[in-house]
Design a protein around this ligand. Structure first.
Ligand SMILES: NC(=O)c1ccc[n+]([C@@H]2O[C@H](COP(=O)([O-])OP(=O)(O)OC[C@H]3O[C@@H](n4cnc5c(N)ncnc54)[C@H](OP(=O)(O)O)[C@@H]3O)[C@@H](O)[C@H]2O)c1
Length: 341
């Protein structure tokens, strides 16, 4: 499979490291020969139709700050859109930063890839939260696959658990902790009895929260993941506009004290039933959703199998790259099945 990689930050670099490291097993165990034919970052691209040397690309990015500095294959200033339109490949991996305002640049990258007949794997929540129903239609129309396992739960197979492991059952409701940053803040407030501002500062010091933490603490990140799950798992055609969102910015120790009297704590819970809601919610301490620190946890309520909860780290470069690899293998297997039927 020829792959174009758009974005070469934490996740993009982790993916190339993983592909280089697991090359032999991928061929032996899955018959999978991924060939990265182009990588683009903000300063340009590197392109080689025969397949790039991934160790060299990683070193170049670390030493020179851009893959476009490659003496043999570099194209300084070449835009990602230009690469998607003009380089032959079966699949695009889109891992540019999440932008929840207009989805760009990821939205244009994904649309262009789908329109030019390329499968897309992405971990970028922005375009999906804003336009997932339209993107799914575009993928179907062009008879290509759009996959995004890494957008919810990082490497924890939240979407796969619902879609594959619970196949045949009917998922009636979903609720969960979908954002590690806010879970860390609430855990700190609960266990150390510190204020929201103090806990946020600790999270920023440890690199769990951005300098501008709005997307996390105002519940937008959780809401984006709800939108993705509602579309993909429950066939609801919704976008970010359909989610009622309350974050934790004004959250106080007083609310935690009240919950503690009932042997509960408070978590930022995203839930899907009749409506899509994000809100700080009381949770009994013995509930499986009551996970600490940066962990994520999601409970699926299904008609026949009852309740299942999946718990894991919701972010991390290698973790998220493992979700991309799962999606790439899924597409490869789907294409192979198509050929034999
Ligand atoms: N990191 C995680 O644990 C994690 C987990 C789940 C989902 N995600 C999502 O995965 C995506 C990637 O995350 P990340 O942590 O790898 O981000 P990152 O480290 O900030 O990397 C983003 C990459 O995108 C490139 N880029 C930005 N604008 C571009 C443009 N117009 N054209 C081409 N390349 C462009 C950047 O180029 P330069 O290198 O030149 O700046 C950089 O290489 C994000 O949407 C994020 O929300 C991340």
């Amino acid at each position: 499979m020829r792959i174009i990689l758009i974005g070469y930050g934490i996740v993009g670099q982790s993916l190339t490291q993983m592909l280089a490291q697991r090359k032999t097993e991928l061929i032996k165990n899955y018959g999978f020969h991924p060939r990265i034919v182009a990588i683009a970052d903000r300063r340009g691209a590197t392109v080689n139709a025969k397949g790039l040397n991934l160790e060299k690309a990683l070193t170049l990015k670390k030493q020179r700050g851009t893959v476009a500095a490659s003496p043999e294959h570099g194209h300084p200033g070449m835009s990602a859109l230009n690469v998607i339109e003009n380089v032959d490949a079966e699949t695009i991996v889109e891992v540019t930063p999440t932008n929840i305002k207009d989805g760009e640049p990821g939205l244009s990258h994904i649309k262009t890839a789908l329109k030019t007949g390329k499968h897309v794997v992405t971990t970028n929540k922005g375009p999906l939260a804003l336009a997932l129903p339209a993107l799914t239609e575009l993928a179907d129309y062009n008879e290509v696959y759009l996959r995004f396992s890494g957008t919810v739960g990082g490497g924890t197979p939240v979407l796969d658990t619902a879609k594959r492991c619970l196949i045949g059952d009917k998922i009636l409701a979903i609720r969960g902790i979908l954002n590690g940053t806010t879970n860390y803040i609430l855990t700190q407030m609960d266990e150390e009895r510190i204020t929201f501002q103090q806990a946020l500062k600790n999270a920023q010091k440890l690199g769990y929260a951005e300098a501008d933490p709005s997307l996390d603490v105002d519940g937008i990140d959780t809401a984006s993941k709800l939108v993705i799950m509602a579309n993909w798992i429950m066939n609801k055609r919704v976008t970010l506009k359909n989610v009622n969102i309350q974050g934790i910015r004004n959250f106080t120790l007083e609310a935690l004290n009240k919950a503690a009297k009932k042997n509960c704590t408070i978590k930022l819970i995203g839930s899907i039933n009749q409506n899509l809601t994000v809100a700080p919610t009381e949770i009994p301490r013995q509930n499986p959703l009551c996970v600490r620190g940066v962990l994520n946890a999601v409970t699926f309520v299904s008609e026949f199998a009852g309740e299942q909860t999946i718990i894991g780290r919701g972010a991390g470069g290698m973790e998220t790259a493992s979700a991309i690899l799962r999606d790439l293998l899924d597409i490869k297997q789907k294409l192979a099945t198509k050929l034999t039927t």
